[in-house]
Design a protein around this ligand. Structure first.
Ligand code: ADP
Length: 151
């Protein structure tokens, strides 16, 4: 069996408040690239979430039931530190548009230079580029039906 160091492991970090079809698209398309993908919910004490951490984890687990390459967990602190702890060489992120790109660029450059963790970006499928967790939360807050946006 390959030693742990040879496992291609990616962390897919996010708030997942809640997980959307956009996230699922990125994760499913990234599966052939990695041996393991850790979906990691970043916990920021200063942030108010709509869904509790346990609920967000349960929704993600339900979306990937039976998929042995996927782990779901939470973490605090810097994503790059979490990657080191988990022996993950890569951070996986999805890009919807240039706003996402501009936000991600400097973070990815810093993570590579400072921590040696490389980022891998997938451009989202066009049918999902309008989907965001914040849109889902807006709809939920107004008692709307957001079922077509989430798994
Ligand atoms: P964050 O709080 O870091 O923005 P999110 O949970 O919103 O976390 O998103 C996590 C990752 O999923 C980010 O890389 C984000 O760009 C990506 N993502 C979110 N929505 C979509 C989508 N509709 N299509 C593709 N990628 C997406």
């Amino acid at each position: 069996m390959a030693s742990n160091n040879h496992i291609r492991r990616a962390v897919f970090p996010g708030s997942f408040d809640p997980i959307t079809l956009g996230h699922v698209d990125i994760i499913e398309r990234a599966l052939p690239l990695f041996d393991e993908i850790i979906i990691a919910i970043g916990v920021n004490a200063a942030k108010n979430y709509m869904w509790d951490l346990e609920v967000r984890i349960a929704k993600i687990e339900a979306a990937f039931k039976g998929q042995s390459k996927i782990k779901v967990t939470s973490y605090q602190g810097l994503t790059a530190d979490f990657c080191k702890k988990e022996k993950a060489q890569f951070i996986l992120r999805g890009l919807r548009n240039t706003t996402d790109f501009n936000y991600e660029q400097t973070i990815a450059q810093a993570n590579e230079k400072v921590n040696g963790v490389d980022s891998v970006f997938l451009i989202c499928s066009p049918e999902y580029s309008h989907i965001s967790s914040s849109i889902v939360r807006d709809i939920a807050r107004n008692d709307g039906d957001f079922s077509s946006l989430v798994p």
